[in-house]
Design a protein around this ligand. Structure first.
Ligand code: ASP
Length: 329
């Protein structure tokens, strides 16, 4: 992976060598062609859905189509690397979240630096996870689910989006809190994992609410608890982990957009403004809220706020994850 890095540096140097006036003129003409949103997980999953909802609405403000590219593998670290090594011109944007832009740095030997090679654009909505099982698990609540998992220890399996993904970290955390053991099955995203849960191929997922909510409502899978201190307004019948029997299992998966380091400030501002306008759209707000996604407060919708959150989460989670000795696939 040395070549892309060198190519990236060459491009960054060339961009920096442009006279200031032509850089400003160039940024003013942005975007002059379609923008690619790099989604590091499979189509049909929660990251993909976030990119599509935002991209669809941002297209109007930017006047250019937003193309979605799913670059999957290694819990999103391959896709994020693609953006870290892309030209810093605003045409390749990383759609990521808590696990891709925080957790992966503690697990993988990345050939990029999450804080130095990418710059934050804007914070996007966040959601907790739901503890969901296939429909025919004979448990009426979380305590019964835990008892069932213990009784069937060698026969149960949970799907996740790969070592270090939000679902994977949550499943390990859940095993530690509840004393359960089950097989962890990696997928290229929780979209395909959810399909297998509905089909009964796996037993469990700790899945982002935005992904499994529709299936829970349709009754095709069962939900036992939400990984937050408070219940979800859009699914108020589901108890919190504290109420249900996995106390303290709080995980909030917050999303954001990042671009390669060296991207002109005006370009970052255009992208950020388009995302902020999308989040202010009542139709987008209703759609997100319906799926358990919470908008960041307006004062948090800045590149600085996303950068500060990412740094604070790295400080909080890297020691926890390193202590748990979670290994890359
Ligand atoms: N972000 C999800 C996870 O980490 C996977 C996905 O978006 O498909 O579990």
């Amino acid at each position: 992976m040395k070549l892309p890095r060198r190519a990236f540096l060459r491009l960054a140097t060339r961009a920096a060598a442009l006279p200031a006036v032509s850089r400003i003129a160039w940024a003013q003409g942005y975007p002059a062609r379609p923008i690619t949103f790099n989604v590091p997980f499979a189509a049909g999953g929660p990251s993909d859905a976030m990119a599509r909802v935002m991209g669809e609405r941002m297209r109007g403000a930017l006047g250019q189509p937003i193309l979605i590219e799913n670059v999957v593998g290694a819990a999103g670290s391959i896709g994020v690397g693609r953006v870290a090594h892309a030209p810093p011109d605003g045409y390749t944007v990383s759609v990521g979240h808590w696990s891709t832009h925080v957790v992966n740095g503690a697990i993988y030997d990345l050939n990029y630096d999450l804080l130095k090679d990418l710059v934050p654009v804007v914070r996007l909505p966040s959601n907790p996870q739901l503890i969901v099982s296939k429909k025919n698990v004979p448990a009426a609540n979380l305590k019964e689910l835990i008892a069932w998992l213990k009784a069937n220890e060698s026969r149960t399996a949970a799907g996740n989006a790969g070592a270090g993904s939000a679902s994977h970290i949550a499943e390990i955390y859940f095993q530690n809190i509840t004393g359960t053991r089950f097989t962890l099955v990696p997928y290229r995203g929780t979209g395909p994992a959810l399909n297998d849960l509905v089909a009964g191929q796996i037993d469990l997922i700790l899945d982002q609410a935005s992904n499994s909510m529709a299936q829970v409502r349709a009754g095709t899978i069962k939900a036992y608890a939400v990984t937050a201190k408070t219940r979800l307004p859009s699914l108020p019948e589901i108890p919190t982990v504290d109420e249900a029997g996995a106390p303290g299992l709080y995980i909030s998966v917050w999303y954001g957009l990042w671009v390669p380091k060296g991207t002109p400030k005006d370009v970052i501002a255009k992208l950020g403004d388009a995302a902020i306008a999308a989040m202010a759209d009542p139709k987008v707000q209703t759609r997100m809220a319906d799926f358990g996604l919470e908008m960041p407060p307006p004062e948090q919708q800045t590149p600085e706020a996303l950068g500060a959150l990412q740094k604070a989460e790295i400080e909080k989670w890297w020691p926890i994850i390193k202590a748990a000795s979670i290994k890359a696939e």
